[in-house]
Design a protein around this ligand. Structure first.
Ligand code: GDP
Length: 317
């Protein structure tokens, strides 16, 4: 059984490849919820939706978020009324947010995610990292901003000084994450090519998760979200630069601070990996332009995990 940790776009792409190869009982995808927020009275879980829509084959591959074939009547009507229009909500997508918000009055996010997956024909397990609220906050040269304010409204323009996760200290890791980490059938943990700081760190920082990770004996492999020192999409590289974290295989290795047994990096970064020790490297094409790329990279990553034996002394983040 593979435990995949994912954020939005990059995570969803690799998770989709893993889901093509592995049967439903052999994969669980645990998704960041630090990007979740309340907007227009609705609870929005961007990363969960990106993963779910992608696995359902309903995603908009051009944007990386939202549904294919959307219409925008709601947004047009909202603008006419003078409502806040910086966060795009397609008409079909709105149904997800309205129905989720309504159900959250009586159900945890994990149960709603399971039900939505079933309804959308997603057979693999997708679970939020926690059912408790965690909210990413960014410190910038313009003051503290809620994550979506910074990410979408301000298009990551302010200079980043630091990141924090409100609620993380008291949030309990989701039941699916805990049971995957305790599962005797667990054979590897794959960190998808998601934003290390904003999408993966919150999952790894949940209370107790590092402890459980220290006791496991399965390999942990990260697929790099960086190609040639740049992010494929989004601000990951800009953010890493602003926080003085090098956008290189060595930078990623040091960011994960002793956690990794293996790293999958792009051919464009092969030279930079020559001198790295303490972590096995797979050098391949990591850009996922289409489904075939996703399947190939997932398959190569799984083969790579099978060749690794985990180290005994995992240092923790
Ligand atoms: P977000 O929450 O939507 O920002 O999504 P993630 O954290 O999952 O993804 C952002 C990261 O995905 C960025 O750093 C991108 O570089 C990375 N990414 C997106 N597509 C690809 C791809 O095809 N290959 C690789 N290696 N990384 C990708």
């Amino acid at each position: 059984m593979i435990l995949a940790l994912a954020g939005g776009v990059g995570g969803a792409r690799l998770a989709n490849g893993l889901a093509t190869i592995l049967p439903p009982e052999e994969l669980i995808i645990v998704v960041n919820t630090g990007d979740d927020f309340e907007h227009l009275g609705l609870h929005i879980s961007p990363d969960i939706d990106t993963v779910t829509y992608t696995l359902a084959g309903l995603n908009n591959p051009k944007e990386g978020w939202g549904l294919a074939g959307e219409s925008w009547a709601f947004m047009d009507a909202l603008k006419r009324l003078g409502g806040e229009s910086w966060f795009q909500l397609g008409d079909q997508d709105m149904a997800t947010h309205v129905e989720r918000t309504w159900r959250l009055k009586t159900l945890p996010l994990s149960a709603i995610t399971t039900e939505f997956c079933a309804r959308l024909g997603v057979r693999h397990r997708v679970a939020p990292m926690t059912d408790d609220p965690v909210r990413t906050l960014v410190e910038t040269d313009e003051g503290q901003l809620a994550f979506q304010d910074y990410f979408v409204r301000r298009r990551c323009a302010p200079r980043l000084l630091g990141v924090s996760f409100a609620g993380l200290e008291t949030a309990r890791p989701g039941a699916a994450l805990l049971s995957a980490l305790a599962d005797p059938e667990l054979s590897a943990i794959v960190i998808c090519p998601s934003n290390p700081l904003l999408s993966i760190r919150p999952i790894l920082s949940l209370a107790g998760v590092t402890n459980l990770l220290s006791r496991r004996r399965v390999p942990v492999v990260a697929v790099s979200p960086f190609i040639g020192g740049k992010s494929v999409k989004g601000p990951a590289a800009k953010i890493m630069h602003e926080l003085n974290l090098p956008v290189t295989p060595a930078g990623l290795l040091s960011f994960y601070d002793g956690l990794l047994d293996g790293m999958v990096i792009d051919r464009a970064d092969a030279d930079l990996a020559d001198s790295l020790t303490g972590c096995a490297m797979l050098v391949t094409d990591t850009l996922m332009r289409n489904h075939a790329d996703q399947d190939r990279l997932a398959s190569e990553t799984l083969d790579f995990t099978r060749q690794l034996s985990p180290r005994q002394d995992h240092k923790l983040m």
